[in-house]
Design a binder for this molecule. Sequence first.
Ligand code: NAD
Length: 495
Amino acid sequence: MTSLAHFEAVAGSLKLPGKAVIDGERVPSASGKTFVNITPRNGRVLNHVAQCDAADVESAVRSARRAFEDGRWRKLHYRDKKRVLFKLAEIMEREAETLAVLESLDVGKPITNALQGDIPSAIRSLRYYAEALDKIYGEVGPEAPDRFSFAVHEPLGVIGAIVPWNFPLHMAMWKVAPALAMGNSIILKPAEQSPLTALKLGELALEAGLPPGVLNVLPGFGEEAGKALALHGDVDMIAFTGSGAVGKLLMQYSGQSNLKRVSLELGGKSPHIIFADCPDLDKAATEAAWGVFYNSGQVCTAGSRLLVQEPIADEFLARLLAVARKIVAGDPLEPATMSGAMASEEQMMTALRYIEIAKSEGGALTLGGRRVRADSGGFYVEPTIIDRVQPENTLAREEVFGPVLAVTRFKSADDAVRIANDTNYGLAAGLWTTNITLAHRAAREIRAGLVWINGWDSCDITMPFGGFKQSGFGRDRSLHALYKYSDFKSVSITL
Ligand code: NAD
């Protein structure tokens, strides 16, 4: 039953979620206002969604605080917490097709990616933290005759999770799952471009038995709902994924309010380095293409700077082009589509603007460069490759968050590392070589939170994820993310 007609029928039969989830209830915004949710698939209106503002933030924070203080989740036995989170994972599996269709409609991603990538990844993240929550141990202090001391991890309290639109449910789960596993209450603020799966998650969590108030979901605009949440004096932490500009604001809001903790997963301009002794040019070319064009380039770790060593540059580019030419934009609900729409008209215009800037600065347009499928009314951009980009050019320095690859040629390994590090960002990097010493040295010299050798994006929920420099701080994924949502308390008993 995997056909365009099938997924269109599913889409047509769905009741799209549009209400906030506060204190265990699905509610309209306090003001009664809604915003229009558009699908980038064809530019049409999907539904109207509660436009939450400071008044709704106030209700949600009160609800989350009440839940935290009375311990309805925090003090639950770890076996019972586990049961609820595993039940939620089962319900999400049952609803996987619905969640995938919602995600595909909301942000224009290929249904097959949502079904095989986003939704199962979100469920795996949830199970990972559910499995971890009864393995949180404290420490016992050094032996002393007159004293017994120990240290325990305690949940922080009320967590505001503000998330982006590129992998809406997947990114949300990287925060919601560890924060819940640690016993916190959460207010999830999805991006205004992609509220649907977050709202659905709020509903499904209630069905799974998560007590009311423990996971509230507030759709709305960043400058309204997001800002009010980040300025609120009774929120203990903001866990954020999004742009550097908003990351900087969140730190100001923290300073202006209650010094709440802030963790920031921001953007990147990740270098993908192909040394002349690359072990497998075809594999590297495939991964270099998908490493930047997957999800229409709207990936924070996108390998958007290809650095290729001069002796193999032409040959490598030929192989890269052969792969990239096959990545053709199509209807997101068509199962064969490998590349969908960009998430919004604004994002499409940003990508097109960067392509023009790159050309005007001397870049050689080698593939793509245009909007396609305009007659659908949707927002699609061709995979685009710009060769001969210099490290000082705009396309080498600013994040596009679209399907645009900057190619730069280099001479020596030292040049490659220098160019790779010549950026304000430091999220991810990849390199291909058969020289183990070079691989190891370069991996250690590159200032990035993730380095992949001979395989792009080759790790999962078990390994920490986050940036150096202006790509942010704090880590998602792995057990480090679990402890991020806790305080460490020392207790000493005088004997
Ligand atoms: P954005 O920063 O504009 O929005 C992200 C979230 O912040 C949204 O929920 C938005 O409503 C909210 N927001 C906006 N203004 C706010 C404010 N003043 N106060 C509080 N909240 C506010 O980013 P975007 O355009 O939605 O996403 C694209 C950016 O996110 C890219 O730069 C990308 O690199 C980055 N990103 C990073 C990662 C990562 O893990 N490092 C993952 C995905 C996306």
